[in-house]
Design a protein around this ligand. Structure first.
Ligand code: ATP
Length: 415
């Protein structure tokens, strides 16, 4: 009972305003922190079947996220359970990069693009240094504050709350930013997945539309290979050992310049390094920041001079009127594009179906995909906290050493 009272007390601290939207994990509300007068965004996470509440591992990791403080990471101000939901309180942000990119009234100069990329990579480099991966980088997770500062949102949530049920979420769009090692089913991966996604965001800033819009994981790989040429074992030695590897028909890469006509030579060079197939050879976020693209003219635009949409989410602390009661609006059901993704993010089920569906585009090396998948243990726990061992090891040591030998895909610890 005391616990209920406590959570109510914490919840009462925040004066709920309108719904900002609904994402993978639940509804996001605008709210006012009555203690500080600060406008915040509260993400209400459905705990689903976990009636007993958030498990210990999740709580420990939420605590770690609270300590993840950087000018380019959305601050997790508070976290509390209430009425069977977990509430995560974040600093409020005015808009996001997806809104900026889609707004045709906004002209983005090369210096503006450089500025957005620099802030993105700074946020990434900071988290990677702390062994935390994002795993779900996309333009709508890059929030922009009232002074133009860009901050990465949703860091670590994929790890804590698991990969969402992708059959019924808008997460399908996240595929466009997924690194090839993930698409080939790698269960152990490193910071390179975020760098690949950042490369896709860079490409999207340059061309003002999502770069590689695959309609399935197989199609996504097809799009990647069409852009950069089919990956070969000489470029990526671990390729053929990935759990879901299938051989693709060889296509040569078109000149990168033809894909990004407006990009400078430096931008193209950095892009090609972010899109390196072998995750071990891919540039790190820190190295990318040190690339000459960022030091050559034009220099990145000052954040407060960056163009932003005219219509903003109201964000004034003056919204706070202590006389008013909380405005509780029932969350609008966001119309979602439901695209069944039968294999989801983690599973291999129906992989063979998919390959058959796309038989025209792909070539199965030996027709034994299911058999090949069985050879490689697929139940290795993910770990965004790369320095620490998986919390619940689910394979035995023989399997693990076999996997290590075959994949040799240890986390790439950034320097
Ligand atoms: N800190 C914040 N400040 C202001 N608005 C926010 C904040 N965090 C999220 N929002 C807004 O709330 C809505 C839902 O966000 P959420 O992050 O849950 O999902 P999403 O980014 O739309 O999708 P996904 O869950 O697939 O990443 C979005 O419109 C988002 O811009």
């Amino acid at each position: 009972m005391a616990e209920v009272d406590l959570s109510k007390k914490v919840a009462d601290r925040y004066l709920k305003r309108e719904v900002l939207g609904e994402g993978t994990y639940g509804v996001v509300y605008k709210a006012i922190d009555t203690k500080t007068g600060q406008t915040v965004a509260i993400k209400k996470i459905r705990l689903g079947k976990q009636k007993e509440g958030v498990n210990f591992t999740a709580l420990r990791e939420i605590k770690l996220l609270k300590e993840l403080k950087s000018p380019h990471i959305i601050e997790l101000i508070d976290a509390f359970p209430h009425k069977g939901n977990l509430h995560l309180v974040f600093e409020f942000m005015e808009t996001d990069l997806e809104t900026v990119i889609r707004n045709t009234n906004i002209f983005l100069s090369p210096a503006d693009i450089k500025s957005y990329m620099q802030m993105t990579l700074k946020g990434l480099a900071f988290c990677h240094k702390k062994w935390v991966l994002h795993r779900d980088m996309k333009p709508n997770n890059l929030l922009i504050g009232s002074h133009g500062q860009l901050k990465l949102a949703d860091f670590g949530l994929a790890r804590i709350f698991g990969s969402p049920d992708r059959r019924f979420t808008h997460q399908v769009f996240a595929r466009w930013y997924r690194a090839p090692e993930l698409l080939f089913g790698a269960k152990q991966y490193g910071a390179g997945v975020d760098v690949w996604a950042a490369g896709c965001i860079f490409a999207e800033l340059l061309n003002r539309r999502p770069f590689l819009q695959g309609s399935s994981d197989i199609d996504q790989l097809g799009k990647i290979f069409a852009a950069f040429g089919t990956a070969t074992p000489s470029q990526w030695p671990d390729l053929a050992y990935l759990p879901d590897y299938v051989e693709y028909q060889y296509v040569a890469a078109p000149p990168l310049r033809s894909l990004f006509p407006s990009a400078s030579d430096d931008a193209l060079d950095l892009l090609s390094k972010m899109f390196t197939y072998d995750p071990k050879a891919r540039i790190t976020a820190q190295q990318a920041l040190e690339h000459r693209y960022f030091s050559s003219a034009p220099l990145p635009t000052e954040p407060n001079k960056l163009p932003r949409p005219a219509t903003k989410r109201a964000s004034k602390a003056s919204d706070f009127n202590p006389q008013e009661g909380p405005t509780v609006l029932s969350p609008p059901r966001k119309t979602r594009r439901v695209m069944p993704d039968r294999e989801g993010f983690e599973g291999n089920a129906n992989r063979t179906d998919k390959i058959e569906e796309h038989a025209g585009e792909t070539k199965n090396a030996d027709g034994e995909i299911a058999g090949r998948n069985e050879q490689v243990p697929t139940s290795v726990d993910f770990s965004i906290f790369a320095a620490r061992p998986p919390s619940r090891p689910t394979i035995n040591s023989a399997d693990r050493s076999h996997l290590k030998r075959k994949l040799d895909l240890e986390f790439q610890h950034p320097e």
